[in-house]
Write a protein that binds this ligand. Structure first.
Ligand code: PLP
Length: 400
């Protein structure tokens, strides 16, 4: 019998992958299924980025690179952070890796000692608590609610901080709620952190460019320069440039931490794909005309979703400010009866019913630490989304 390491018992498989698997099973039965679970844009990677990758291959840039990423890429990241975020970093304060995800894990692995606490506002991206546990830390969930627009309040942060606190994880625009932290809200959190000099701040800015209604973007080290030496900015090309499969993310922060992350990367993935690095240089350096069109399309989809949710008995949803998710309150369906007579008890039951009745895959809020909710990703073709939303409305109407 294969004996797995004890650390495996601290991890759950990614819940988003689980729903995708269930959808594939339904599809194999020749049912039409629509996956609104996956956090991935349906747009093609921009053509100039794809060309840059081809060119890199033809130039023979198909070998290992330096662990932290090629100099041209780190320069492009440095200039991006300077020009767009007003942040000045030197090249030894920047690392590129195979996605934002492994860089977040590396940042935690490099700093968390057994028993250290990682404060994670909920609802949260599915991976943070598991990553904290993998790094021998304790995830401390800081509950947020719809009444405060899903944002961590200074009072709740103050209550969560202890002498063991090591990290505060901020993710704005947020997955799964779309909430965007304003400069004032970040400053208020910074004031609470001031007396805790050992607490680091992870700023997961991966959805930076996906915002609606003209809302501005702010990140902690920009708003509070005094805290910059305690912040790690995480970003990447997955979401902004529809490049999830290219696996390219980056981090910027204090040189000793970046150096430690580089050591970890040197003993694991070595470096991000050389071809993806060349593509990311083009993504970060060149014109972004395509982005306005993408955002217009996403905004239209956001309205399709909100309009349908209003028609769906038992569902309710606030207006997401950014990213491409709706976080839908399904408390109105708890206690209702499926036509096959099962009573719906959890958001998992709601997601299962919607999947069975309409073939539409959503992720239960439990995966993000807040129930009963459903996360819907409106990152699929607009007509497909319209069909999916009608399916959801019909499924809700069928409940007794
Ligand atoms: N952070 C958040 C909040 C995300 O939603 C995701 C992807 O879903 C990531 C990080 C990971 O991005 P990457 O594809 O760069 O690893």
């Amino acid at each position: 019998r294969l004996r797995l390491a004890p650390r495996m018992s601290r991890l759950r498989p990614s819940p988003t992958a689980e729903i995708s698997q269930r959808l594939r099973r339904l599809a194999a039965e020749a049912r039409e299924v629509i996956n609104l679970g996956e956090g991935e844009l349906d747009f093609d990677t921009p053509v100039h980025v794809r060309r840059a990758a081809h060119d890199a291959i033809e130039r023979g840039e198909t070998k290992y690179t330096s662990v932290a990423g090629t100099q041209v890429l780190r320069e492009a990241i440095r200039d991006k952070l300077h020009n767009e975020n007003g942040l000045d970093y030197t090249l030894d304060e920047i690392i590129a890796g195979p996605g934002a995800k492994p860089l977040i894990l590396d940042a935690l692995m490099a700093t968390v000692s057994p028993g250290d606490e990682v404060i994670i506002p909920a609802p949260h991206w599915v991976s943070y608590p598991d990553m904290a546990r993998l790094a021998d830390g304790e995830p401390v969930i800081l509950p947020c609610d719809a009444a405060s627009d899903w944002k961590p309040t200074p009072e709740r942060l103050a209550a969560a901080l202890t002498p063991k606190s090591r990290w505060l994880v901020l993710n704005s625009p947020n997955n799964p709620t779309g909430a965007i932290l304003t400069a004032e809200e970040l400053s208020a959190l910074a004031r609470v952190l001031a007396p805790y000099p050992d607490v680091l701040v992870l700023c997961d800015d991966i959805y930076e460019h996906i915002r609606y209604d003209g809302l501005p973007f702010a990140t902690m080290p920009e708003v509070e320069p005094a805290l910059k030496s305690r912040c790690v900015v995480i970003n990447g090309v997955s979401k902004a440039f529809s490049m999830t499969g290219w696996r390219l993310g980056y981090a910027a922060g204090p040189a000793p931490l970046i150096k430690a992350m580089e050591t970890l990367q040197s003993q694991s993935s070595t470096n991000a794909s050389s071809i993806s690095q060349a593509a990311a240089v083009a993504a970060l350096r060149e014109e972004r005309d395509f982005m306005d069109e993408w955002l217009t399309t996403l905004d239209e989809r956001r309205h399709i979703v909100l309009e349908a949710i209003e028609r769906a008995p038992g569902l309710a949803c606030g207006r997401p400010q950014g990213a491409f998710y709706a976080y839908i309150d399904c408390s109105g369906l708890i206690g209702r009866k499926r036509p096959d007579s099962d009573v719906i008890k959890t958001d998992g039951d709601v997601a299962a019913w919607i999947l069975d009745a309409s073939g539409v895959g959503l992720i239960p809020g439990a995966a993000f630490g807040t129930s009963p909710y459903l996360r819907l990703a409106y990152a699929v073709d607009t007509d497909v989304l319209r069909r999916a939303m009608q399916g959801i409305v019909d499924a809700c109407k069928q409940l007794g």
